[in-house]
Each structure stands twice: as structure tokens, then as C-alpha cells.
Design a protein around this ligand. Structure first.
Ligand SMILES: [Fe+2]
Length: 305
């Protein structure tokens, strides 16, 4: 099942307190989810950090000035992001989630939107690392190559994409995130309430998500995100969220990173298709053999007096 199984464990899961204590609801070690995720997690492309540690941004804390100040990074990364990591480690300590990848924890605790306690901290740890890596000093401008072609194909033009992305980020009510993602398929994700189940596949989409939710829970491949929690912009822009969004898009986005993520997402989707084709062929062979065996059995019975 590839990453689909990783992101859509069969529910309802059987939850049980860890044998190591703690009493937190966690997936039972014998569940289908446990088996799939441990195997598939090794193959997945989205792993940012399998250890639950605070990963620093890929630039100095003053590296995004004057567009994002060092004081914002000191608070946002140094305090907010750090507290998500520390709180998550406390929540999963001594449970069966301890030692799982961050993506596994997000998948199992999303629980069709009926969030289990560690979800918010897990999502926020992943989202923030992804956010820091979506920016670079001297960023902004316009993408090139395949990414630009797909943006123009799916949104009409880069300017229309900018307008739609800014609109999504501006209209996310309260705290949350806006995303550009690659939607590779129309699979019904078992552990999610898919927000756009009938949309065409293999295309770029813009989605927004509340609080700590991210597109992984819908089996989309995130390519770019902007944090629109107030703590992301209040020190630099006060309540002017739209100015922060424009500055992010025009001066900070690392289109190189977004392009690399797109390449990985497409390669991953192609690998999944090959795996699904191989499984389909195997099932066809099994069916043909079963049919042949049934016919032979029927023939032997007919010869009996
Ligand atoms: Fe944030």
C-alpha cells in the first residue's frame, strides 16, 4: 500500500495503554496500522526528522532579515517550535508512539479529525520544520522549469496562483496554514475526511488547514507552506497578515526547495503506480490460476460414474 497505508491506517484502531505505562491512548502493537507503518515509513519521502528533536532552520536566525526579523525567529523557532517538540516528547514518553517517526504519529493520531492528544504537537513540529525549509535568504521571485509549467497548467498563470495562494492564507480563519500541494490520486484516505474527494488527480492544489492539520492527513504531498498563526507575524507586521503573506511570497519563498519537493512527490506517485500495477497483475494471475484449478476439478468430477 506504500504511503497510502502510512497515512490512512484502518480505523477504528484498537487503542490500549502502553505496557510501559502512561495510560495514553495509542495504537495497539498488533494492529494493522503498526505493521504497515513500520515497514512503509522507511520508504517515504516526507521524513524530515525521525527523531523528535528541534531541528534548526537552514540559515542563521537573522538570515531572513529585513523581511523576517531575528526576534521573530528567536520566539517562533526558539520558543514556540521548541515547546511543541518538548510537549510532544512528554506526551509520547512511555507509550507505543515512542520511537515512531513523526509522520507515523501524525497519521495515527489524526483519527479522522477526532484528534488524539499528541496530534497537535506532532503536526506543529512537522509543519514548522517544513515552513523553515520553505524559505531562504534572497528567496521569492518566480519558479522555473517543471514547477512553473505545472503552476501555469493548474492555475492558469503564476499571477493567478499567487492570488489564490494569498487568498487562502488570508482567509484561513484564526490559526492555521496555507499550502501548495501535489495531489497524486483520488484515493479515499481511510484515516482522513478527504476535503476534495472528486478533484482531478496528478495536479497542484492550494489548501488551507486549521491549527496543526497538514495535507499529509489527506495523502497529499506538501510542497510549500506559510504559517498564518499570529505568532508567525505579529512582532514584524502586527495584525497586518496580508503584508506578511505578500512579503513571504515575494522575498522569502525558496522555489528551489519547492521544485525538489515536487520532483520527489512525482517520483513517489510513479513508484506507487508501479507497485499498484504489479499488485494488480499478481491478483490477475492468482484469479486465472484459481479459475483453471476450478475447471480441472469440475472436469474430474464429471468423469466419475
Ligand atoms: Fe508557528
Amino acid at each position: 500500500m506504500g504511503e497510502r497505508a502510512l497515512l490512512c491506517p484502518s480505523l477504528p484502531l484498537s487503542f490500549a495503554p502502553s505496557s510501559r505505562g502512561g495510560g495514553l491512548p495509542v495504537a495497539s502493537p498488533g494492529s494493522k496500522f503498526s505493521n504497515h507503518t513500520r515497514k512503509d515509513a522507511r520508504k517515504q519521502f516526507f521524513t524530515i526528522n525521525s527523531k523528535l528533536e528541534l531541528k534548526p532552520p537552514p540559515y542563521p536566525l537573522n538570515g531572513l532579515e529585513p523581511y523576517m526579523s531575528s526576534i521573530t525567529l528567536e520566539y517562533h523557532w526558539g520558543k514556540h517550535h521548541r515547546s511543541y517538540v518538548e510537549n510532544l516528547n512528554k506526551q509520547i514518553d512511555g507509550t507505543d508512539l515512542d520511537g515512531r517517526t513523526l509522520e507515523d504519529i501524525i497519521a495515527v493520531t489524526y483519527n479522522k479529525g477526532d484528534l488524539l492528544p499528541p496530534f497537535n504537537n506532532a503536526g506543529q513540529v512537522w509543519n514548522h520544520t517544513f515552513f523553515w525549509e520553505s524559505m531562504k535568504p534572497g528567496g521569492g521571485g518566480k519558479p522555473t522549469g517543471k514547477l512553473l509549467k505545472l503552476i501555469e497548467r493548474d492555475f492558469g498563470s503564476f499571477d493567478r496562483f499567487l492570488k489564490e495562494f494569498k487568498s487562502a492564507a488570508s482567509t484561513q480563519f484564526g490559526s492555521g496554514w496555507a499550502w501548495l500541494a501535489y495531489k497524486a490520486n483520488r484515493l479515499n484516505v481511510e484515516n482522513a475526511i478527504n476535503p476534495q474527494p472528486n478533484e482531478e488527480d496528478k495536479k497542484l492544489v492550494i489548501v488551507k488547514s486549521p491549527n496543526a492539520v497538514n495535507p499529509l492527513v489527506w495523502d497529499y504531498s506538501p510542497l510549500l507552506t506559510i504559517d498564518v498563526w499570529e505568532h508567525a507575524y505579529y512582532l514584524d507586521f502586527e495584525n497586518r497578515r496580508s503584508d506578511y503573506i505578500s512579503t513571504f511570497m515575494e522575498k522569502l519563498v525558496s522555489w528551489d526547495v519547492v521544485s525538489s519537493r515536487l520532483e520527489a512527490a512525482i517520483a513517489r506517485a510513479e513508484e506507487r503506480e508501479r507497485e499498484e500495477d504489479a499488485r494488480g497483475q499478481e491478483q490477475d494471475r492468482d484469479s486465472a490460476e484459481d479459475e483453471k484449478a476450478a475447471q480441472m476439478s469440475h472436469g474430474e468430477n464429471e468423469e466419475e460414474p
